[in-house]
Design a protein around this ligand. Sequence first.
Ligand SMILES: [Zn+2]
Length: 181
Amino acid sequence: MKVFINPGHAPNGKPDPGAVNARTGLRESDVAAAVGNAAAQYLISAGVAVAVLQHDDLATICDTANASGADLFISIHCNAAESPAALGTETYCYPGSTAGEMLAKAVQRQIVDSLHTVDRGVKLAIPGQNGLYVLNNTSMPAILVELAFISNDHDADLLTHYQDAFARAIARGVTDYQLMQ
Ligand SMILES: [Zn+2]
C-alpha cells in the first residue's frame, strides 16, 4: 500500500498561501504541510509507503501522483468562509468511486472523533459543478480533506495547536480503510 499525500497550496506559501486567518496570520499552506508531513511519518511507522508533494501546479501534482504507483491520494486543505461562524470538517471524494468514498468516510470519522470538530460530512465533488482538479485528474481513489475552518477562531486554534492530532487522525483513517479491504 502506497499513499500519495498532497498538502494544499504552495510550499512556504509562495506564491499561494491558500486561506489565511486574518487575526493570527495562520496560513493554510503551512498547516497543510505540517499535517501532511506528520501524517506521512505516522503512516511510514504503520508500514505504509508514502510520497508527499506540495506544489503550486495542480497538473504537476496529478501527473506525479499518477506516475508514483500510489494506491491512494490524499489532498490536505483548510476551509475558509466569509462568515467567521462557519466551522467544521468535510471531506470530498470523486463521485462513483466506492473506494474513494470509503477512504473519505474513514478519514472524516477519525478527524471528527479525535478533534471533536463539527461533522459537515463526506461530500461528492461533481465535475462541472463543484469538481476539484486533483480529484478529477488522479487515477487512484482520491480524497480532499478540509481539516477545519482557518477563518473560524475555534477551528483556527485547533489548526494551530493540534496539527499532530489531525495528522494521526488521517493516518488512522488510512489504516481503518486498509482493514476494510
Ligand atoms: Zn485549500
